[in-house]
Design a protein around this ligand. Structure first.
Ligand code: CP
Length: 303
């Protein structure tokens, strides 16, 4: 039995297979619509979510399976003090596979150690968000036709942003990737990541101004400054609108640059950018369903 805790749990070869399957699901959805009949997915979300929880539920439903779960710790027995370890033992009696989001880093890993069913990390604190990374990689591969030889700018909250940490970890396995980290001083990418890049001799630079690097980027990965990760309101208010991608900044970019964002957005991308053909963040959310369908089939060993 396999779990998914980090994008690195799958080799690049296994990822290629997963993405091929996701693309086949996209093209031939009818072929897959009964494959999970009789199977149940549990979504155990101790933190708010729109995309991740609902795309998992959509994925299982589109595969013919059923879904149970909770979307709020307060409506589960966690509110009475039940541990994650006990909860997953119970969920193992009710479902065939579980997607878990938790504010504590490592909680899905603790669950996987006690589980009798595959557990998928659907985001743990500021640590990892592997299924978002699978979504991001599938989007890039589908729209650019490759996962190597590009310069990617990651912009916004690079300190607490688990999607950013997961994506960097995954991209270092592909050749000729150059990173440009765009953040205010307070939200810089953690040292353990820059140390890892230095050790692997992967080029990166850290800048503050988005305008200066726009012309060099093949992909711009925007992120939200996350209110829920700040300890004081004052810092959040000071930093929340530090970056706003608008049509003036888009005019500086390459004609085929992709703009990605894990969403939700607040103000960091002006709505006027949505009309730009380079804005790929809503397509990205759609790819999230296909890749989660492929992941469920893979972890349940149905393909
Ligand atoms: N991208 C993402 O994780 O969105 P949600 O928080 O809405 O699941």
């Amino acid at each position: 039995m396999r779990h998914l805790m980090s994008p690195l749990d799958f080799s690049t070869k296994e990822l290629e297979k997963l993405f091929d399957l996701a693309n086949d699901i996209e093209k031939n959805p009818k072929k897959y619509e009964h494959i999970c009949e009789g199977r149940i997915l549990a979504t155990c979300f101790y933190e708010p979510s729109t995309r991740t929880r609902l795309s998992f539920e959509s994925a299982m439903t589109r595969l013919g399976g059923k879904v149970i779960g909770f979307s709020d710790a307060a409506s589960s027995s966690a509110s009475k003090g039940e541990s994650v370890s006990d909860t997953i033992r119970i969920i193992s009696c009710y479902a065939d596979i579980c997607a878990m989001r938790h504010p504590k880093e490592g909680a899905p890993m603790v669950a996987s150690e006690k589980s009798r069913i595959p557990v998928i990390n659907a985001g743990d604190g500021g640590h990892q968000h592997p299924t978002q990374t699978l979504t991001d990689l599938l989007t890039i591969r589908s729209l650019k036709g490759k996962l190597d030889n590009f310069t990617i700018g990651l912009c916004g909250d690079l300190k607490f942003g688990r999607t950013v940490h997961s994506l960097i970890n995954a991209l270092v396995r592909y050749s000729n990737i150059r990173f440009i980290f765009i953040s205010p001083e307070e939200l810089k990418v953690p040292d353990y990541i820059t140390d890892m890049l230095t050790e692997k001799q992967i080029p990166y630079e850290e800048v503050i101004r988005l305008e200066d690097v726009m012309p060099h980027l093949d992909i711009l990965y925007m992120t939200r400054v996350q209110k829920e990760r700040f300890f004081n309101e004052e810092d959040y208010v000071r930093l929340k609108d530090f970056y706003i991608l608008d049509t003036t900044k888009m005019a500086l970019a390459k004609k085929d640059m992709l703009v990605l964002h894990p969403l939700p957005r607040v103000n960091e991308i002006s709505v006027e950018v949505d009309e730009d053909p380079r804005a790929a963040y809503f397509k990205q959310a759609q790819y999230g369903v296909y890749v989660r369908m492929a992941l469920i089939l893979t972890l349940l060993e149905l393909v």
